[in-house]
Design a protein around this ligand. Structure first.
Ligand SMILES: [Zn+2]
Length: 237
């Protein structure tokens, strides 16, 4: 079972890090537009759900989630609040150093937002303890198994069937209906160069949220957790 750092005392944290394998889990998300039906915290909610289960399985110390991320590509939509990539890197670096000082022996970052990948990887490389960034491993394969709609672009999952299913699984009370599908005409260089997204879909939906279900979301979360545990086991071996 995990220990929630925010609710624990300093003594409990030190005892947990000494007694077990000394693993710390940090969920990292974003405050980012997710269409007219999903909350801004969508990526944080999914990262938190995965992190909760990982931390339970690993008897880990669970840190409070970082609820902001590097989401420049969605910053044209009101409501999105983006951090600079260097800010994300600095946050993760300082948090990693802090838990290393407290006695942590490994840091597992559970990341729910695309733009955080590079800055978190940079931070992980430079930390004084083994650190790993999990970008929902297993999700791509699980999404292919459950999806009934096609993606708006290869690998793009944003406020459509996949993300809506994930939020239906973890926070159904925060899902407000199912808006219309949007399949924008992307330029050929889409996906190879950074682009802001608001010009392509006024609603912020990319794909079709219609076929989303909580069962699909649960199946994908199970797959992410199972694959994440395999990756962590490899890190610790
Ligand atoms: Zn998202």
């Amino acid at each position: 079972m995990r220990l929630d750092a925010a609710n624990a005392t300093a003594l409990q944290v030190v005892a947990r890090l000494r007694a077990g394998r000394g693993i710390v889990v940090l969920p990292v998300g974003a405050l980012e537009q997710h269409g007219p039906h999903l909350p801004l915290a969508t990526d944080t909610l999914t990262a938190q759900a995965v992190a909760d289960r990982l931390a339970d399985a690993l008897d880990a110390l669970l840190l409070p989630a970082i609820g902001y991320g590097a989401t420049w590509n969605m910053s044209g939509y009101p409501g999105t609040v983006t951090l600079r990539p260097e800010t994300v890197e600095a946050l993760a670096t300082d948090i990693g150093r802090g838990v290393a000082d407290a006695g942590a022996r490994a840091l597992v970052m559970v990341n729910g937002d695309w733009g955080n990948r590079a800055p978190l990887a940079n931070a992980a490389e430079a930390l004084p303890l083994p650190a790993i960034v999990l970008n929902h491993p297993g999700l791509d394969e699980a999404a292919e198994r459950v999806r009934e709609s096609r993606p708006a672009a290869p690998g793009l999952m944003h406020a459509e069937e996949i993300e809506t299913s994930l939020v239906l699984a973890v926070a159904p009370h925060l899902v407000q209906g199912a808006p219309e599908a949007v399949y924008p005409d992307f330029p050929p260089e889409f996906g190879t160069v950074p682009m802001r997204m608001h010009g392509f879909s006024p609603s912020g939906v990319f794909g079709d949220p219609g076929p989303a279900t909580a069962d699909k979301g649960r199946a994908m979360l199970d797959a992410i957790v199972a694959e994440s545990l395999r990756v962590v086991a490899a890190l610790l071996a």
